[in-house]
Ligand binder design. Structure first.
Ligand code: NDP
Length: 330
C-alpha cells in the first residue's frame, strides 16, 4: 500500500516538502482486525499542530512515520465477527490507501446519507459543534450567538444548531464574500461578515447591535478580542480552536482586553471533543433528525484524487479553500 509520512517538521506554513509518499507491505489481518481500502479520509486543522514537536492532548506526528486521522474504509478481509467484505468502518488510519484496523467500528449510514458525513456533520465535526455550543457555552434559547470560522466544518454546524435551538440571532464570520453569502443565503445565519475586510470589532458590533451572549471560537487571536469587546454581561465563550495561530512560528500575545471579562462576569471554557463521546448518541439523534428533514445543510467539500490529492487538500483547507467539512475521496 501507499501512505503519507511526515518528512520534516515545518517552521511556519507547511509545504509539500514536509510530506513524503511511502510504499509499504501490509501484514495480513489477525484475529479482531480487518483489512480495509480507504474510501474517504478527513483533513483537519488539529493535524497542523501535530506536525510540531510539542506536548499536547494528542501526541505529535513523528518524522519518518505515517500521519493518521479519521477515515472511512471498505472491508476487504475480515477477522471480526459481524464484519464482512464490502462493509464500511470508521477508523483512525487515514493518510494511507489500505490499513489493517484494530477493533473497527461498523458504519451503518442513515438512509440517503453519504458515508463521508460520518467524518463530518454526524461525526467528530458535528459532536464538536453540539457539545461546544450546548454543553460548554451553555446555550439557551434566546441567546445571540457569534460563530467564527462559520463557513467551515464545525462552524457551519454550530451556527445551524444555534438557529434550530432558538437563538435570537446567529452571526458568522468567514474569509470571503462567497462564504458570507453562503452563510446568509444557504445556512440561515441572520448576519455574516468577511473578517479579511478588517475592522473586526466594528463589523461585529454592526452585525450584533444588541451584543452577543455566546461566542463559539474557532479562530482565537483578534476574533477572540473582538468578541470579548461585544459580549454581554454573563456571556459565555466555548474555546474550540485558534486556527489563526496554528502556523505562527512564535506565539502571539493573547487578547489585550481580557480584563473586561471580570466586570462582564464572562466564562471562557476550553474543551476537547474526545472527552465528550458519551454525547454522540444525542447528537446523532438531534442533528441526524434535522439532516433527514432538510432543516440542516451538511455543507461539504469533497476532493477527488485519493492519496495523491491529500496533501494539497490539507494545505488548501488551512488556507480556507473549503466550505463545510473537507474530505478526500479515494
Ligand atoms: P474548518 O472546516 O473550519 O477549516 C479551517 C478554516 O479555518 C478554513 O476554511 C479557513 O476559512 C479558516 N481559517 C484559516 N486561517 C484562518 C485565520 N487566520 N483566521 C480565521 N479563519 C481562518 O475546520 P474545522 O471546522 O474542522 O475546525 C474549526 C476549528 O475547530 C479549528 O480551530 C479546529 O482546531 C477546532 N476543532 C476543535 C476541536 C476540539 O475538540 N476542541 C475538534 C475539532 C475542531 P476562512 O476562509 O473563513 O478563513
Amino acid at each position: 500500500t501507499r501512505e503519507i509520512h511526515l518528512a520534516a517538521r515545518p517552521d511556519g506554513w507547511p509545504t509539500a516538502a514536509n510530506f513524503a509518499v511511502v510504499d509499504r507491505e501490509l501484514p495480513a489481518p489477525a484475529d479482531g482486525q480487518v483489512l480495509v481500502r480507504n474510501v474517504f479520509m478527513s483533513v483537519d486543522p488539529y493535524m497542523r499542530p501535530r506536525m510540531n514537536d510539542v506536548k499536547s492532548y494528542v501526541p505529535p506526528f513523528q518524522v519518518g512515520e505515517a500521519l493518521d486521522g479519521g477515515a472511512v474504509g471498505e472491508v476487504l478481509e475480515s477477522r471480526v465477527d459481524g464484519l464482512a467484505p464490502g462493509d464500511l468502518v470508521v477508523h483512525r488510519l487515514g493518510w494511507r490507501e489500505h490499513a489493517v484496523v484494530d477493533r473497527p467500528r461498523k458504519l451503518e449510514p442513515l438512509a440517503g446519507v453519504s458515508p463521508s458525513h460520518y467524518l463530518g456533520v454526524l461525526g467528530t465535526t458535528g459532536l464538536t459543534a453540539y457539545v461546544g455550543l450546548l454543553d460548554i457555552a451553555g446555550f439557551r434559547p434566546g441567546d445571540a450567538v457569534f460563530v467564527s470560522g462559520a463557513a467551515g466544518a464545525v462552524g457551519s454546524v454550530a451556527g445551524q444548531i444555534a438557529r434550530l435551538r432558538g437563538a435570537s440571532r446567529v452571526i458568522g464570520s468567514a474569509g470571503s464574500a462567497e462564504k458570507v453569502a453562503l452563510l446568509r443565503d444557504k445556512l440561515g445565519f441572520d448576519a455574516a461578515f468577511d473578517y479579511r475586510d478588517g475592522h473586526l470589532y466594528r463589523q461585529l458590533t454592526a452585525a450584533a447591535p444588541e451584543g452577543i451572549d455566546v461566542y463559539f471560537d474557532n479562530v482565537g487571536g483578534e476574533h477572540l478580542e473582538a468578541a470579548i469587546g461585544v459580549l454581554n454581561d454573563h456571556g459565555r465563550v466555548a474555546l474550540c480552536g485558534s486556527i489563526s495561530a496554528y502556523n505562527d512560528a512564535e506565539p502571539k500575545p493573547g487578547p489585550k482586553n481580557l480584563g473586561l471579562a471580570v466586570g462582564k462576569r464572562l466564562s471562557l471554557r476550553g474543551f476537547i471533543v474526545t472527552d465528550h463521546a458519551a454525547r454522540t448518541r444525542d447528537m446523532i439523534r438531534e442533528v441526524g433528525g434535522w439532516l433527514a428533514d432538510g432543516q440542516l445543510v451538511a455543507e461539504e467539500t469533497v476532493v477527488d484524487g485519493g492519496l495523491d490529492a491529500a496533501v494539497d487538500a490539507f494545505l488548501g483547507m488551512l488556507r480556507g479553500e473549503n466550505t463545510g467539512k473537507m474530505v478526500v475521496r479515494f
